[in-house]
Design a protein around this ligand. Structure first.
Ligand SMILES: [Zn+2]
Length: 219
């Protein structure tokens, strides 16, 4: 016998989610004029700080005892992983609660193929895409919390969703930092927004007008 989820959807809107590092979740909701961005920056700062501590302790262990690792080093690794997981858990829960309240019943989540192949995010972000969030953990949390709220979660291939213009569908794109610029129609937008809006365009969304910059949600 299947146990029903503790919550049921309040309506049947769809939301489209682009996963990332600097913006952990960028979300476009059917019928909304702006995307929502849940920043990953606080956890990035923590992660970077602890990484420096780890490097320092490792160098010390090498010099003093000619050892690669120590109990202190392992403790810092655990601490780093735990902090990231806690941050991801809190963020995903806040985001899904907010979506549930606004009547979302389905989440369409871009898988991370695009992110893992992305090399234009700079040294920090690249280091993280491989060992920072652990994208499986992130997706797992989205699925689990979605389930609690009776929200269906569909994973889709987001390949190409950050390199096509959501207004004219052109591919003459310039990206500088977080800025996305279409040389075809002149659209300038925040690139996470473009990712989320394009997932919605490809997977049947109804986004009104073109959304340029996301509303950043602080948790
Ligand atoms: Zn365009």
């Amino acid at each position: 016998m299947e146990v029903p989820p503790p919550h049921q959807p309040l309506s049947n809107r769809r939301a489209y989610i682009d996963l990332g590092v600097i913006s952990l979740l960028t979300i476009a909701v059917d019928g909304a004029r702006q995307t929502l961005s849940y920043s990953g920056r606080p956890a990035l700062a923590d992660w970077w700080y602890l990484s420096h501590q780890i490097d320092r302790l490792k160098a010390l262990a090498k010099t003093m005892n000619n050892r690669e690792s120590t109990r202190g080093v392992r403790r810092l690794y655990r601490q780093r992983r735990l902090r990231v997981h806690q941050f991801v858990n809190t963020t995903v829960r806040r985001a899904i609660e907010a979506l549930w309240v606004s009547g979302v019943s389905t989440l369409v989540v871009g898988d991370l193929t695009g992110i893992l192949a992305n090399t234009s995010w700079g040294r920090k972000a690249n280091a993280m895409t491989h060992n920072f969030w652990g994208h499986r953990h992130l997706i797992q949390r989205v699925k689990e919390v979605g389930e609690e709220y009776g929200i269906a979660v569909e994973l889709v291939n987001e390949r190409g969703t950050s390199s096509t213009c959501p207004r004219c569908e052109g591919d003459q794109i310039t990206r500088r930092g977080r800025l996305f610029k279409c040389r075809g129609c002149g659209l300038e937008a925040h690139r996470d927004t473009v990712g989320a809006v394009n997932i919605s365009v490809v997977f049947g969304g109804r986004i009104n007008g073109v959304v340029v910059h996301p509303v950043e949600v602080c948790i």
